[in-house]
Design a protein around this ligand. Structure first.
Ligand code: NAD
Length: 738
């Protein structure tokens, strides 16, 4: 018997080998070079051993597998770039061969002559689902929460280990395209309904059911290798195909504005691959994958949305040598819009919360928000009555600050008013232990100033959540001048406990995220004032890859809040700090027309009663003389949005507010959806190179104003040819040690 590191192979008296995938040094199985090598040997073993009739592959962990380890792709690319300098053709050939390794291995498995069944015991993603698709049978556990997905498109890639060929040969093309271009997850029942898997079985009977398929004579031949195979739902050139394909390309264009090359390539692989024999289809997929892997989009997305995101989630910025905090109790002061949400996510993480407001009624109202959110989750089948009781029991509403006694961390979310915040700080500190950490959720007031009233400024930190708290995955952790490392470590432990992503930011007006968001809205104001038709403004932003147009976003955050911010900036920084045309626009909307945003149903948009949809306020285009839409260059509008935000991110780096490019990138995508295909604000600049970016900014500065002036940091980088990830290398310490 051969010993494997990542698999256990046990053959019973029935002659069926059970291959259990269980990587000893990982919490989740992933496909690595070593795993592929071992799998290759296992296939040989199954084929060579006459006593083995067939094999069942399953996992020894809760989940089946998360798919390919994307750092493997990064290594492949790094090798490619090195080789490219010596011999470009050979480098591409090597990359092509490497890319095809998984494809070849899976093809070997499905043509090995013995039946294989994948017993999918838990969530199964990407390359692992492609492995399962290469098996002759698939059984999925009916356990709650089991998900199947090909999510590669979310990191700028596509299923490149046979996925684009096997899925549309198993299910109809429309379902196949939808599954792969959105990367969305399927439940076991849905996967069975579509025809992607053969059986759904109780968790305890999973392997037995898989074995039974083999005992019942499962043919070791895939449908597409049988003579006379027909595509489910019809061929490309059929009535169904004629209905599907023109619409499919149009829908993709609408959803992606052509920004995601991998998504388009999925369509190409399926369309072209279904016109040819299966093995040729695999070659087509392999060629496209080799190409896509080299795109800036794929490289930037893998870095930000997979590697950096994981690193930040695992505490890349946590100071060393401080014991992790096990939270026994957390206090939230202010049970309003934000505080209620913070209490919910904390209790959802299983941590007891004391929710304080000015009176018990207000505190209870805050708790009721959790009940509402749970009811919605229950409707979607994502929570049970038991979860509800458990979660609600963890939230104690109170009007008495004494209830905060014993809390490890208190988060203040009272009115955005220095005096009110001071009172909350003092009352909390009067009952808190010396080591407790106090965090403010302020969105505009610098932490250093707020910490002045604290008896223990070392323990005072900012925890800036985004609304709605239950949905938004980012938390900005703000360091005041005197904030200590223990406070930072505790804050990061908390963000990790509630399964959100932290970025650590130094103290400044607007911190990082809001500075960028204000630039986005401010550029939209400029366009309005110039007479760009409002619909063009919104559409150009979406075509640039932003999820929400700047005017719609401003309606969500409230236009009177923008007015307040403009007034405060004027008062604090003087006349030059704001554009008088912006003040006039906002004053007109708020004071003259009472247009405050979504909250009063009147903003840049009108919000008619449901089911009618919101639409731009028709009068908006009468406020300024309108330009002829045909004469406005939409490409320039797109550039203006992305460049103005990226410039602000560069300024924030120059000022040392954000110090790690991973945080600027990940933060920009999670907080305001900065064109994800770019990999984030700084990767957008790195992607085109500082030189090209500065050239573009200069052109925009000449045509549209000083907001496009590139900071010195960027002009220096343009000269030296550096990228942000070189200049602010987050791995410097590790590189030195290596
Ligand atoms: P809100 O008005 O909905 O809630 C504030 C709550 O604090 C109210 O329930 C109020 O009764 C309570 N409160 C006031 N004084 C108190 C005191 N002394 N003790 C106990 N409770 C008191 O406001 P909100 O939108 O939840 O904002 C709260 C904080 O979060 C502000 O600092 C705001 O800047 C920040 N913030 C808001 C958003 C947002 O989108 N609304 C986003 C990020 C941060």
């Amino acid at each position: 018997m051969t010993n494997y590191k990542n698999f256990k192979v046990e053959t019973g008296a029935d002659g069926i080998a059970v291959v259990t995938w269980n990587m000893p040094d990982k919490s989740m199985n992933v496909l690595t070079e070593k795993v592929l090598t071992e799998l290759d040997k296992i296939i040989d073993q199954v084929v060579a051993d006459a006593a083995i009739k067939g094999a069942v592959i399953t996992s020894g962990k809760d989940t089946f597998s998360g798919g390919a380890d994307l750092t493997m792709m990064q290594e492949m690319l790094a090798r490619f770039k090195k080789e490219q300098k010596q011999d470009a053709d050979k480098a591409v050939q090597n990359l092509f061969d490497n890319v095809g390794r998984m494809t070849g291995l899976y093809r070997k498995l499905e043509t090995c002559g013995k039946p294989w069944v994948s017993a999918i015991n838990g969530t199964c993603m990407g390359g692992a689902l492609e492995l399962s698709l290469a098996c002759h049978g698939r059984v999925v556990s009916d356990a709650e929460g089991v998900k199947l997905a090909l999510p590669e498109v979310k990191v700028g890639l596509f299923p490149g280990a046979g996925g684009t060929q096997r899925v549309p040969r198993l299910v109809n093309q429309q379902d196949a395209l939808q599954m792969m271009t959105t990367g969305s997850s399927l439940t076991a029942a849905r996967a069975k309904g579509m025809g992607l898997v053969h059986e759904v079985a109780p968790a305890k009977k999973l392997v037995e059911t898989a074995k039974k398929m083999i005992r019942n004579g499962l043919k070791p031949v895939q449908p597409w290798d049988e003579k006379g195979f027909k595509l489910p739902g019809g061929a490309i050139y059929s009535a169904a195909g004629a209905n599907l394909w023109p619409a499919a390309t149009a829908i993709l264009r609408r959803e992606t504005s052509g920004n995601y090359p991998a998504a388009l390539t999925i369509l190409k692989c399926v369309y072209e691959g279904l016109l040819v024999p299966f093995d040729t289809g695999l070659k087509i997929e392999q060629r496209y994958f080799t190409h896509i892997l080299q795109t800036t989009e794929a490289q930037s997305m893998i870095r930000s949305l997979f590697v950096s995101l994981q690193e930040l989630n695992k505490g890349a910025r946590r100071p060393e040598g401080i014991k992790p905090t096990k939270f026994k109790k957390i206090g939230v002061i202010g049970a309003g819009f934000m505080g209620a949400g913070i209490a919910y996510v904390t209790a959802k993480a299983g941590i007891p919360v004391v929710l304080i407001d000015r009176n018990l009624e207000a505190a209870e109202k805050g708790k009721a928000h959790s009940a509402d959110l749970i009811a919605k989750e229950m409707q979607k089948g994502r929570m049970t009555a038991e979860d509800k009781d458990k979660l609600l029991a963890l939230i104690t509403p109170s009007a008495d600050y004494a209830a905060l006694d014993g809390a490890d961390l208190v988060i203040e979310a009272v009115f955005e008013d220095r005096g009110v915040k001071q009172a909350a700080t003092e009352q909390a500190e009067a009952v808190l232990g010396q080591n407790a950490i106090f965090a403010s959720n302020t969105s505009t007031l610098p932490i250093t100033g707020l910490a002045k009233v604290s008896q223990r400024p070392k323990n005072f930190i900012g925890l800036h959540f985004f609304s709605p708290v239950d949905k938004m995955m980012l938390v900005e952790v703000i360091m005041g001048k005197k904030t200590g490392e223990k406070a930072l470590a505790t804050a990061l432990d908390y963000v990790r406990a509630i399964k959100k992503t932290p970025i650590v930011v130094n103290d400044t007006r607007g911190f990082y995220v809001n500075r960028c968001v204000l630039r986005y809205m401010s550029e939209a104001y400029n366009m309005l004032v110039e007479g760009v038709p409002p619909a063009m403004i919104e559409n150009a932003a979406k075509m640039a890859g932003m999820p929400v147009g700047p005017l719609a976003l401003n309606d969500e955050t409230a236009i009177d809040l923008s007015q307040k911010i403009l007034k405060a900036t004027l008062a604090d920084l003087g006349d030059k700090a704001v554009d008088p045309r912006h003040v006039e626009l906002v004053n007109t909307l708020v004071d003259k027309y009472d247009r405050l945003g979504r909250k009063n149903g009147k903003g840049f948009y009108d919000y008619p009663a449901r089911p009618a949809k919101k639409h731009l306020w028709p009068e908006l285009s009468t406020l300024y003389p309108q330009q002829d839409a045909d004469k406005v260059d939409v490409e320039v509008l797109k550039e203006r949005f992305l460049v103005t935000i990226a410039l602000e991110a560069a300024r924030v780096m120059e000022e040392g507010i954000v110090t790690d490019p991973r945080e600027a990138d990940v933060g920009s995508i999670l907080a305001f959806g900065f064109a994800p295909y770019t990999g984030g604000t700084l990767s957008y600049i790195d992607g085109m190179g500082a030189k090209a970016f500065v050239k573009l900014a200069k052109k925009l500065q000449k045509d549209y104003g000083a907001q496009f002036k590139a900071p010195k940091l960027l002009t220096d980088m343009a000269e030296s040819g550096e990228t942000f990830y070189q200049r602010f290398n987050p791995y410097k310490a590790a590189d030195k040690a290596a």
